[in-house]
Design a protein around this ligand. Structure first.
Ligand code: SF4
Length: 334
């Protein structure tokens, strides 16, 4: 049996955070551990998507060196930094340097509502203005790979399509996720409330039909991703099987490797590897395969951007058929 190497990962560089979000307690963590940038040279070159996350990743001291090392270890990977966008000056200063070594890198700025709704959720007065200012400053640097990232909650569900429209006005991409629970991520925060189904339907129908007006493959795939997210959040079932711990992994600021942010199973520790070869050996070991069987047994369903991306690529026919049906015979969410 050949061993398949991972293609997607999320790296939480630090748990230090300058936000005060209501749906995440990471900001309450004091003195987060942080890995030395050389650790990232050990990641496998099979990776195609890497998300640099946190906490607030721009608070990680040597972010430039991390990006440099990722470019060296996984040269074919698309890199995106997820930020709350509050520290405009710091972000712009660091991005000026980062763009010199990674001109195609993306930045996703969290926007959870328009104006005061965002400020209330993020716990930062005038946070919306700060995040918008960051986007405008990054645009001035010539950045094109920018996106707004919306976290759906009961409180802000009616702002979902408004932020989607804002992304179109700004000419940037749009992505979304739901406020989730985790035993070890989000500072252990449990988000148990789901938005009302009828409100979700209204928002998703608007967003997906807007994506479907286009012939752009990326937008059509995003429409499918949103459909999958609606199904997942309303039925707890992913529309396609996806494989955390196989295609995807998460590394915390301490170097511990998990299948995803909702699977509380430590697969390994990047600090224990000497180099990339060691990582590959570890990934293909029988020990890790045994851990994967254990993870499968937990039956924790997931549908997140990072896991769904690979699932969508792996199922072009079923995704293509769904898109075809809904684009040509009228879009129906249910
Ligand atoms: S959601 Fe992001 S910005 Fe908010 S506290 Fe958590 S890590 Fe910080």
């Amino acid at each position: 049996m050949t061993c398949k190497l991972p293609v997607d990962c999320v790296l939480a560089l630090t748990y230090n955070c300058n936000s005060r979000c209501t749906m995440c307690d990471i900001w309450k963590i004091k003195d987060s551990p942080e890995l030395n940038p050389v650790e990232f040279l050990k990641l496998p070159s099979s990776l195609r998507d890497i998300n640099l996350s946190g906490g607030e990743p721009f608070l990680y001291k040597n972010l430039l060196m991390v990006v440099r090392n990722l470019k060296a270890s996984a040269p074919r990977a698309r890199l995106v930094i997820s930020s709350n966008g509050f520290a405009t000056e710091l972000i712009v200063k660091k991005m000026k340097e980062i763009l010199m070594v990674a001109p195609d890198i993306g930045v996703a700025i969290s926007i959870d509502g328009i104006g005061e709704m965002h400020d209330e959720i993020r716990g930062i007065p005038r946070g919306f203005d700060a995040a918008m200012n960051t986007i405008s400053e990054l645009k001035k640097l010539g950045m094109r790979n920018l996106r707004l990232a919306f976290t759906v909650m009961e409180k802000n569900v009616n702002h979902f399509s408004k932020v989607y429209d804002l992304s179109r006005e700004l000419g940037v991409q749009f992505t979304h996720s739901f406020a989730q629970s985790s035993e070890f991520y989000f500072g252990g925060k449990q988000n148990m409330e789901s938005p009302r189904r009828d409100l979700l339907i209204k928002q998703y129908e608007y967003i997906i039909s807007s994506e479907f007006k286009s012939w752009n493959l990326k937008k059509l795939a995003r429409g499918y991703f949103s459909f999958g997210m609606f199904k997942f959040i309303t039925s707890n079932n992913p529309v396609l099987s996806n494989a955390p711990g196989r295609d995807f992994f998460f590394i915390d600021p301490n170097g511990e490797i998990y299948p995803s942010v909702v699977h509380n199973v430590i697969i390994g520790d990047i600090k224990n590897f000497k180099d990339k070869k060691d990582f590959v050996q570890f990934w293909c070991s029988t020990d890790v395969e045994r851990t994967r069987q254990k993870i499968d047994g937990l039956k924790i369903p997931v549908w997140m951007v990072c896991t769904a991306r690979t699932a969508i690529k792996k199922h072009p026919f079923s995704v293509g058929w769904w898109v075809f049906k809904n684009k040509f015979f009228g879009f129906k969410l249910e």
